[in-house]
Design a protein around this ligand. Structure first.
Ligand SMILES: C[S@@+](CC[C@H](N)C(=O)[O-])C[C@H]1O[C@@H](n2cnc3c(N)ncnc32)[C@H](O)[C@@H]1O
Length: 211
């Protein structure tokens, strides 16, 4: 099943089924972005608006891109604000938003579905203002190396989604090649103990001004 169709099915239960990755991402997003200033946000793969609902408490405006109509429907019913615009868009295409439009781009649990990270960093470098931040929170590639994938249960059994593995070095190299500097890299664990494979990795990059 294509990724957008799979999310159209998942949409009904995405917010309510047991999902440690989703819950830990919410923690990583809030704990990280509470410490950074922002006002105009572009959210990549906003899904059901789980993070949009928190972001709009701090931001002046948000544009949320997602290609799943059903995920967007849930987001629109959850986050009703004149300052938030949800837009159906495939991130693999050119992003339909002005250049230098935002001071924060966020992407949570979405880039594992995107094959070409180069395109994402290229678009992000155009849409962010100088000194704008790019926050990424993803399933840790260590988890992917041992077989963990985005998945949900259906009456017919487990539905696994198409995913791509992006090594930590790939994020950093792509970011650098489009003028981003890494401000923070964090690994997020399920429990108190760090003697386990981290579930998530998060990055904060800053777009360095071009002279
Ligand atoms: C695991 S969900 C994460 C949703 C939300 N960011 C969160 O943290 O709860 C991944 C989202 O990325 C979206 N997505 C995946 N590939 C995409 C693409 N190429 N273009 C736009 N959205 C995409 C899916 O539709 C889905 O809503």
């Amino acid at each position: 099943m294509s990724i957008d169709k799979a999310y159209n099915v998942w949409a009904k239960q995405y917010d309510t089924n047991k999902n440690r990755t989703r819950d830990l991402d919410q923690k990583s997003t809030i704990e990280t972005l509470s410490r950074f200033p922002f006002s105009n946000v572009l959210e990549l793969g906003c899904g059901t608006g789980k993070n949009t609902a928190w972001l709009i408490k701090k931001a002046d405006s948000i544009v949320g891109f997602d290609f799943s109509e059903e995920m967007l429907k849930v987001a629109k019913s959850k986050v009703q604000s004149d300052h938030v615009r949800f837009q159906q868009a495939d991130l693999n295409n050119d992003w339909e938003i002005d250049n230098n439009a935002v001071d924060l781009i966020t992407s949570s649990l979405t880039l594992e579905h995107i094959k070409n990270l180069d395109h994402i960093f290229h678009q992000a470098s155009k849409k962010l203002i100088d000194n704008g931040y790019f926050f990424i929170s993803e399933l840790h590639p260590f988890k992917q190396y041992v077989g963990t994938k985005a998945r949900y249960e259906t009456e017919e059994g487990i539905q696994e989604l198409e995913v791509y593995i992006h090594h930590i070095s790939e994020f950093i190299t792509n970011a650098e090649s489009y003028g981003f500097k890494m401000v923070e890299l964090k690994e997020w664990f399920d429990g108190e103990t760090e003697n386990e494979i981290p579930r998530l990795v998060s990055f904060v990059f800053i777009k360095t001004p071009t002279s």
